[in-house]
Design a protein around this ligand. Structure first.
Ligand code: ATP
Length: 753
């Protein structure tokens, strides 16, 4: 209480002291700001209610004085008192930045505007909710007591981008069209700042974010993007955190498992496993995920954590590496305003620790908007505003665009960027233009300019009034330490774990993620049911005469086909299904592709090998196949070889096509061809197509199974010659390796694309 009193005392004293300075500052501002003289004149009568234009420091002071964030005791109506007194608390810098102009221009429109959204009329103030200490909402209280993540200092990175352009080539049936996605975007962001990229859907936010985050290594983009005045290099990958728009997470892992595996893979090797696990725990507490840490992430078909929690896990996955630069693509989309606020608060804490944070945002609430330091407003790929978020309204007022009714600043700017000027005053310049042109190109039904005309005006206004100034500011050379320079320029990658550790982590992660598939009763029932039906159909079949032999050979051929067919169709899903995760993790240099590939292909083996054993245990004895241990064991080995070879083919098809529809089509044609060429249906294959047999794993498996069962009876069964079997084993082993190598190469190629 004492603290609160002394704080408000300080505020009063400071504001009193500032009163004189304000008048002088306003005078200075009138001459330096791009705002029209009429609006500047209004400033003097604007009053001091607005909090607009608060700098990062001062906006933080304002936040600190709001309920829930306040450390001191608060009494009845203190919320209002504090907000208002905090609004009184601005520096000369803030004034110079034009904060007062915002008030002036809005006051001139008959209402007073503040960056907390709307300024509430005095008679409504008494109705506003205030909090006593006991009443502080749980969520805010949790945020207040949130444990801060302790991390070592990171390399501060100053991100600068000048005249960034990007175009795509759209190939039609008859022609090729080039489409500009970004047209000369310029801006910068310092360590400790949060830059928001705002704009309507399709305005180019994600594209710009991806370019800045080094995710689009497309040489066709123009302009320059530098990190501490150095171009992008591979070593930056481990200093960049990138939270994508879609939550790419494993649905069956728990929150804790997800973050722990990320920590073990991504944190530097010098940290022990315990330290890495501790970091994961710290992040869980930092993001307030402790209550759901043992809950599965969930997905479309699995119930899991909530959308907000999932988003926080995605952020956790990136902040766990203590990145210097953190990029986020719409981290608050689809979340309620309190959860969104909590996420943006977290981003602020991250920035406060010296990191550079860039986030795209769709339609922030006014409370969220207040929290951004810098803002880029995009409209159809063009820059409509770059500068301090708190000065955006002042800027738009200066070019004659102001809200006519109380409006969330973000909503106002998005309307403008969309060219929608309903409830927005347009400059006389633009009105004149509409009247002069007076045609359908410039005018809509209600006499308002068309979106295209508004857009054109905004781009032009920014280019003529602000762009050059901003560019000059960017040109200020930044003193970069040589050591820092070398760290950024280095193209050496730093893996968080050795190859073997990566393999082991990925192997166990794969087992955990697919543990439900492993013990899927459906699969087990399917295999056992097929085995039982086969056993009944071939019940105690013999091999004493050619007819019996032919029947039994049919069973052996079916076994070869069955265990060639299933593995192909399960393996083709492997890489297409994990494509998003693989791209995300490889883009962050989490592991070597070879470690992932070997781990992914071996973590499925235990189940793939258990199922055929179960199958053969049923079929072998029910069908009365050759009764000795050696034959049973060799039958199992033969089926194993067939499974691993067929899996290789499935992996290769999946990895090459990376599209399930095309992959299943190709796989079904291939499997059918191999089955037909397998030596059971056609004995006299024409010479010109006989080579097809040698590609068929069914043929080699069938031959080996015949050899195991009947080598003591005959040298030729059912038209198939039985020899020593080495050739078949050699071909199957070559297929096991060859198809996998092909799959690996395809994955590498996918990365290059
Ligand atoms: N590779 C591409 N090929 C064709 N068009 C593209 C490509 N990449 C981006 N675009 C187009 O560029 C525009 C900007 O896309 P971008 O994803 O950056 O927009 P956005 O502002 O992030 O949108 P949203 O808010 O809806 O996510 C869109 O119209 C999109 O269709």
């Amino acid at each position: 209480m004492e603290k609160a009193n002394s704080t408000s005392g300080l505020i009063r004293t400071k504001s009193d002291q500032l009163v004189e300075t304000i008048a002088a500052a306003l005078g200075a501002m009138r001459s330096s700001s791009p705002v029209s003289s009429g609006e500047a004149a209004a400033t003097s009568g604007g009053g001091l209610e607005s909090g607009g234009g608060l700098s990062r420091k001062s906006s933080r002071r304002l936040t600190a004085a709001s309920p829930g964030r306040s450390g001191g005791g608060v009494g009845k109506n203190t919320h209002i008192r504090k907000s208002r007194s905090a609004q009184m608390k601005f520096d000369v810098d803030d004034l110079n930045s034009g904060a007062a102009l915002s008030r002036a221009s809005s006051a001139s429109l008959g209402f007073s505007f503040s960056f907390t959204g709307f300024t509430v009329p005095p008679d409504e103030i008494s109705d506003m909710k205030s909090y006593s200490d006991e009443e502080i909402p749980e969520d805010l209280e949790a945020g207040r007591q949130k444990k801060k993540l302790q991390t070592e200092p990171t390399l501060p990175i100053y991100l600068k981008f000048t005249d960034v352009t990007y175009k795509v080539v759209l190939k039609g049936i008859t022609s090729t069209v080039e489409r500009d996605i970004l047209n000369g975007i310029t801006g910068c962001v310092d360590p400790g700042e949060v830059l928001a990229l705002m704009g309507p859907s399709g305005s180019g936010k994600t594209t710009l974010l991806s370019l800045l985050g080094g995710r689009v290594r497309d040489p066709t983009h123009g302009g320059s993007i530098t990190y501490n005045d150095q171009p992008y290099s591979k070593s930056l990958k481990s200093r960049i955190g990138f939270v994508t728009q879609d939550d790419v997470l494993f649905p069956h892992l728990t929150v804790k498992e997800t973050l722990t595996y990320a920590a073990r893979l991504r944190l530097p090797r010098r940290l022990t496993k315990e330290e890495k696990d501790q970091r994961a725990t710290d992040v869980i507490y930092e993001l307030g995920l402790e209550s759901c840490q043992d809950t599965m992430i969930g997905g479309s078909f699995v119930r899991g954590v909530s959308g907000g929690e999932r988003k926080r896990v995605c952020i956790g996955n990136e902040i766990i590496i203590n990145p210097s630069l953190l990029f986020l693509d719409e981290p608050t989309s689809g979340l309620d305003s309190t959860t969104a606020l909590r996420i943006v608060d977290t981003l602020h804490d991250i920035a406060e620790a010296g990191k550079t944070v860039i986030t795209t945002i769709h339609q922030p609430s006014s409370r969220l908007f207040l929290k951004f330091d810098k803002l880029i407003l995009l409209g159809k790929g063009s820059l409509l505003y770059f500068g301090r978020a708190s000065e955006a309204m002042v800027y738009f007022a200066s070019i004659g665009c102001s809200p006519l009714i109380a409006m969330n600043p973000a909503e106002f700017m998005l309307d403008l960027a969309n060219g929608n000027v309903t409830d927005i005053s347009v400059p006389s310049e633009l009105e004149d233009k509409v009247q002069l042109m007076g045609n359908s190109r410039a005018e809509t039904k209600n006499g308002k300019p068309t979106p295209a005309v508004v857009q054109e005006y905004l781009v032009e206004a920014y280019e003529t009034k602000v762009a050059e100034n901003e560019k000059k500011k960017l040109r200020t050379p930044l003193a970069v330490d040589e050591e820092i320079k070398s760290k950024i320029c280095s193209s050496k990658r730093e893996w968080g774990a050795s190859w073997c550790e990566q393999y082991s982590i990925l192997f166990w992660r794969g087992l955990k993620e697919r543990r439900h598939d492993y013990f899927s009763w459906l699969r087990i029932t399917q295999v056992l049911a097929t085995a039982t039906i086969l056993g009944l159909l071939w019940w105690q079949s013999g091999s004493n005469n050619p007819n019996e032999l032919q029947d039994q050979a049919g069973l052996l051929f079916f076994i070869a086909v069955f265990w060639g067919f299933f593995p192909v169709f399960t393996a083709i899903f492997t890489f297409p299904q994990e494509r998003a995760m693989l791209s995300k993790e490889r883009a962050a240099d989490m592991y070597r592709l070879s470690a992932y590939f070997v781990a992914r292909t071996t973590s499925d083996l235990p189940l793939d090998l258990i199922l055929p054993v179960l199958f053969l245990l049923v079929v072998y004895f029910m069908a009365g196949l050759r009764m000795n241990v050696g034959s049973f064991f060799l039958t199992i080995v033969t089926v194993f070889l067939c499974i691993i070879a067929a899996q290789g083919l499935g992996l290769a098809i999946g990895a090459t096509l990376m599209d399930l529809k095309r992959a299943t089509t190709l796989a079904s044609v291939t499997v059918m061809t191999f089955m037909l060429a397998g030596g059971f249906f056609v004995k006299n294959v024409p010479v010109f197509i006989s080579w097809l047999r040698f590609l068929s794993f069914n043929y080699h498996t069938y031959k080996l199974l015949l050899k195991v069962q009947y080598q003591h009876i005959s040298h030729s069964i059912n038209g198939v010659k039985i020899d020593n079997g080495y050739k078949e084993i050699g071909v199957l082993v070559a297929m096991v390796i060859g198809y996998r190598f092909l799959a690996y190469l395809s994955l590498r190629r996918m990365k290059l694309h």
